[in-house]
Design a protein around this ligand. Structure first.
Ligand SMILES: C[S@@+](CC[C@H](N)C(=O)[O-])C[C@H]1O[C@@H](n2cnc3c(N)ncnc32)[C@H](O)[C@@H]1O
Length: 318
């Protein structure tokens, strides 16, 4: 890898500035993504798409960013996509905003995004590698900061006393970087989501998000040899967390079916819209879905069901 320093003494590798050292992130082994990037460089995108369809969290569908319709994003917007991953949010936002700054701790992910932006002819995406705690951008420089699938991971660090403290600090950083009146969008799981009855938590284990933190921690150390640090919360838990970072204007949405591919952004208080989504859009197979549809027959139980819905879209205004 060619590396040099830019004017601000930042290390630059392959044309990408680094705030901190690369930290690989992904379900596939690092070598596999390296190989895939070589395929893009040597054989082109068509070959890549055939060989690696939807691998590495990447996809060419752009609806992961459809939560954007609840925000007044304009062509003047300067956006920070924090924990940008494979660029599934950065790419669609780059089509509607002036400037996208994509930051991720994983070098390969940013290399992939840089290539993808070039392929799409999008010149308004700048990529940076680094931990959000090391990134330095001018204060009050963004109209929108996106943390989609990031807040739950930022506690995976030894810099703070506990994961919650790290999460609050990451939100404080966003607070500093936002312009007055700017927006922070957070897409994240609900700690008590029913889906965790069937699926694994971020820890890679079942039921850890339901457990008291100290129990989850002991269990995690026993099973995986490391602490439990991917905290998720309930609605009121997120509210408290975000307020501690200095924000007061906080609105909750229920992204249907989930924050990772939202089709409808349902205002948390709008039970009619929630009932509509579950009765009309939810496929009627699977026990969990049938239970949800049964609950939708009685508004009272449905109010209750919101506490166990999969995820939240949180719009915070500075
Ligand atoms: C679940 S992925 C979400 C990717 C993207 N936002 C999306 O919605 O497709 C989480 C991403 O956050 C990055 N990440 C985790 N902790 C980070 C940190 N402390 N600083 C910067 N990036 C981080 C990971 O490398 C990973 O790419």
């Amino acid at each position: 890898m060619d590396s040099n320093k830019n004017n601000n003494d930042k290390k630059v590798v392959g044309g990408i500035p680094l705030f901190s050292e690369d930290r690989y992130w992904g379900k596939s082994p690092k070598e596999e993504l390296e190989e895939a990037i070589k395929v893009i460089e040597n054989e082109g995108w068509d070959e890549f798409k055939v060989r690696y369809r939807n691998k590495f969290d990447q996809t060419f569908e752009e609806n992961r960013a459809d939560w954007r319709f609840i925000l007044p994003i304009s062509k003047d917007f300067s956006v920070l996509d924090a924990g940008a991953g494979m660029g599934r949010i950065s790419i669609p936002l780059a089509r509607v905003a002036r400037r996208i700054v994509s930051l991720d701790q994983s070098y390969l992910r940013m290399k992939f995004l840089k290539l993808r932006a070039e392929k799409e002819g999008l010149k308004n995406i700048e990529v940076y590698v680094g931990d959000i705690f090391d990134a330095s951008f001018p204060e009050e420089s963004f109209d929108l900061i996106v943390m989609n699938g990031l807040l739950e991971w930022v506690g995976d660090t030894t810099r703070f006393h506990n994961p919650r403290e790290a999460q609050i600090e990451s939100l404080r950083i966003c607070n500093k970087l936002l312009k007055k009146g700017g927006y922070l969008y957070i897409g994240i799981e609900n700690r008590f989501a029913l889906s965790y009855l069937q699926g694994r938590d971020h820890s890679g284990l079942y039921f850890t998000s339901y457990m008291p933190r100290f129990v989850a921690n002991i269990y995690m150390k026993f099973r995986k040899g490391r602490p439990y640090n991917t905290y998720t919360y309930t609605k009121s838990g997120y509210e408290k967390l975000i307020k501690e970072a200095g924000f007061n204007d906080i609105k909750f949405y229920l992204p249907y079916p989930g924050y990772n591919l939202p089709r409808m952004m349902i205002p948390y208080e709008n039970l009619h819209a929630f009932v509509y989504a579950v009765r009309s859009l939810m496929p009627a197979f699977g026990v969990k879905r049938r239970v949800a549809q049964l609950l939708a027959l009685w508004p009272f139980t449905f109010r209750f069901y919101r506490y166990f819905f999969f995820s939240f879209g949180i719009v915070v205004r500075k």
